[in-house]
Design a protein around this ligand. Sequence first.
Ligand SMILES: [Zn+2]
Length: 102
Amino acid sequence: MRRWQWQQAGGRRHAYDAETTRPQVGDPLPVLCGHDVVPGEADLLGKWLEPTCWACDREVRVRENFPAAEIPPLPEPSSAPEAPSPRTLDVSPRPPHPRGPH
Ligand SMILES: [Zn+2]
């Protein structure tokens, strides 16, 4: 079993240490990026549609001793934690701009 497991919570997919942590509905989940997140029932049972937490992704790479070239820099120090990252791949498609009737 891999030590670093992923769990959706708080609007992101975070990584946690499976050796010490077991996600429970309603229990605070210690995740690698240090955010305070609490998985809900839908997070444990439903589909995971939330974007990856890149801070957790980076932490996993660092702890797994990935080569430096495969460890991405964090997008922003902390000034804009919710700013969209250029590495975000799962951007939901925007609806076409509505136009007036012909
Ligand atoms: Zn995280």
